[in-house]
Design a protein around this ligand. Sequence first.
Ligand code: XMP
Length: 514
Amino acid sequence: MKRELVIVLDFGGQYNQLVARRVRECQVYCEIYSYKTDIEKIKEMNPMGIILTGGPSSCYEKDSATYSKELFELDIPVLGLCYGAQLMQHLLGGKVERASVREYGKSQLTVDNSSVLFSNVAKESVCWMSHFDYISKVADGFRITATTKDCPVAACENKEKNLYGIQFHPEVLHTQEGTKMIENFVKDVCHCHGDWRMDSFVEESIQDIRNKVGNGKVLCALSGGVDSSVAAVLLSKAIGNQLTCVFVDHGLLRKNEGDEVEAVFGEDGPYELNFIRVNAQQRYYDKLKGVTDPEKKRKIIGEEFIRVFEEEAKKIGAVDFLVQGTIYPDVVESGLGGESAVIKSHHNVGGLPDHVDFKEIIEPLRDLFKDEVRKVGLELGIPDYLVYRQPFPGPGLGIRIIGEVTAEKVRIVQDADAIYREEIANAGLDRSIGQYFAALTNMQSVGVMGDERTYDYAIALRAVNTIDFMTAEAAQIPYEVLNKVMSRIINEVRGVNRVFYDITSKPPGTIEFE
Ligand code: XMP
């Protein structure tokens, strides 16, 4: 069965992935392509609709990002957003000019409800604007369908030709009615029914994996994180014991995490697969002895992972496929999909193993956004606590311990972190905070406990709210919760006599604490 497809043509805007996510929230499959994509390829894909994103250029300048006018004659509905709207007008004979002031932030929007884009949308609402240029005159055949105080053409359309332009950003949640507008475009202009569902994704993927793998052997590095867990379960459902998962316990996991992963994927768990747990804790502590530089620690941990994995792979012998837990944002950010390549090298812990004997890579989650991976996980019956696990860096606690890593320091940070997580959950905050954890500072200071003088470590608590992990704000955790965490850590974790709460935002800080 052919799936309905909407294409996002990326002109380098910062919200390109958000646009695609909003479309998928309407249950319509959506892919991102660079504006440099050949029109023949677009014709071949035969999408039900095309969305042009925002971008940093000015469309009237020489060498700015552009597209062939033919795009508007394919008889496929097109929606231009911000730069996309300006470009559409510029190419079709409208006028785009530099505004005297940049309009940035929230604006009061008035829409014409007779436009299909704005049906069932409040006449007055707040929208999110971010532009220097503005459309001063629409092209022939277009009419204006929305305005703000500073923007005479906040939206315009040529209904006969199915061409729509929106100057603001409906994909950003600050635009109160934005999701509805995107849904109107996808459902009522493009006439998509919405056939992108995670239950059918699971069924189709299982079938695809079976067809691809045949009787072959598959090897998967399982970290216990959401992506590799979901990939492993999907594969196990498709090919059972043809799958072997190697789980490396590097001794830098959170408290009890190794046992939790084993309980789900090991012999006593519900899935059919070969599970190998490698207890490499001591090996890592030996390698990390005396190393204090955070980048060196990352490198050692990443490289050692590859070595351990290779050794296990050697024992298994040649395999046909190696699983990668790649997800759609990785594809887009590595520059393969859209236009806005983001440099994210430190997140690839060590890269691919050199000495594993495999023929092909298999990436079952390559088309999914993170929230979709989670839905697939739930669909597959993976326990909630694994599906909603917060992000955990590949190098693990190794980068949450400042200075040298030792078994004793790992114990301290594991215990403190477990208390912190328990109290955050008790306060009902565990799903609302983006990422939170305890880190061990390398600072020791004098304290008193009972009648005793102590000289112990300080624990730092971190909690941030973030949309994309590129910027973040410290979360405002109620003081009583922090107080309780402090008191429990001091009383229950040997070796700690002070607790700090880190209120630094990113930038200038980073989320991790190293
Ligand atoms: P930073 O600390 O750079 O973190 O603000 C942003 C997000 O990335 C995670 N992170 C890592 N993930 N390997 C990973 O797999 C790493 O070396 C690494 N460093 C940071 C971090 O937990 C946060 O979610």
